[in-house]
Design a protein around this ligand. Structure first.
Ligand code: T3D
Length: 258
């Protein structure tokens, strides 16, 4: 099994599971991840996802054993399995927590960065390893990096392919937080559990608004916010939260039930 799926209350934990190769990516794993997303989104009781890796690495990117003798056109065709997954992660209506437990390299780094909130163990690092093997950053790296850390840092990360320690990744805004290694999974699970009791519908709309902001101008974005706000306001979670606030009690969000 290239991935493991555990159902928790309100969320699913997906673990990349090829630890002997630092969870290096292959077609089977990418397709399994896409299927896991399909299944999670179809299950209305699932309101958040947590993505992590088994063993000491998060994901070492493309499994190099599997491309060593491939013709160039077949190497390029791998993208047809990886990029749909990246699109799905960015577009998912579910909040996705990435728990980067060790090195995240190449496509593995950009897989981690496709999660909505990324926590990393302090011992973890992010490597845009592509240049080391004469490839171009893919899986959204060239799109995401300049937006997250600016052009100067994005260029150095892509061209030098040096490991970026988790603390620096957090300081640069590439990820949300670096935490002590032993705190990673408790912190990531607490975050996923918290998101799983949140206003899931509104969280999904917020994700889509932030994604659209990458290409919209301010006028378009304000129009989009107006339209999405109308949808959020019509959802029972909004009325419940306002009543809860006024009643000085915690809100109980229905999430995806309507
Ligand atoms: O068209 C397309 O879409 C192509 C797709 C390209 C997308 C990409 O991801 S390109 C980038 C591919 N990834 C890499 O180039 C990274 C290769 N790995 C490394 O540079 C290092 O392993 C790491 C920096 C990630 C970690 O180093 P370290 O010293 O902590 O671990 P290690 O000893 O190198 O690796 C441990 C084992 O995992 C080792 O196996 P062994 O010797 O114990 O049997 C190593 O061979 C294996 N491993 C690590 N990365 C990969 C891998 N096996 C296959 N593919 C890997 N990518």
């Amino acid at each position: 099994m290239t991935i493991l799926i555990e159902k928790h209350s309100g969320y699913r934990r997906i673990t990349l599971n090829r630890p002997e190769r630092l969870n290096a990516l292959n077609i089977e794993m990418a397709d399994a991840l896409t299927a896991a997303l399909d299944a999670a989104e179809a299950d209305k009781s699932c309101r958040a996802l947590l993505l992590t890796g088994a063993g000491r690495g998060f994901c070492a990117g493309q499994d190099l054993n599997e491309i060593v003798d491939l013709p160039a056109r077949e190497i390029a065709a791998l993208i047809d399995h990886y990029h749909p997954l990246i699109r799905r992660l960015h577009a998912s209506p579910l909040p996705i927590v990435g728990a980067v437990n060790g090195v995240a390299a190449g496509a593995g780094a950009n897989l981690a960065l496709a999660c909505d909130i990324v926590l990393a163990a302090r011992s973890a690092s992010f490597v845009q390893a592509f240049a080391r093997i004469g490839l171009v950053p893919d899986c959204g790296g060239t799109w995401l990096l300049p937006r997250l850390v600016g052009g100067a840092r994005a260029r150095a990360l892509a061209l030098l392919a040096e490991p970026l320690p988790a603390d620096t990744a957090a300081a640069w805004g590439l990820i949300w937080q670096a935490v002590d290694d032993e705190r990673l999974m408790p912190a990531a699970e607490a975050l996923a559990a918290r998101l799983a009791t949140g206003p899931t519908f509104a969280l999904g709309l917020a994700k889509s608004a932030l994604a659209a902001a990458a290409t919209n101008d301010l006028d378009d974005q304000l129009d989009l916010e107006r339209d999405l706000q109308a949808k959020a306001a019509a959802h029972p979670d909004h009325a419940e939260a306002v009543r809860a606030f006024l009643g000085k009690r915690p809100a109980s969000f229905a999430g995806r039930q309507s």
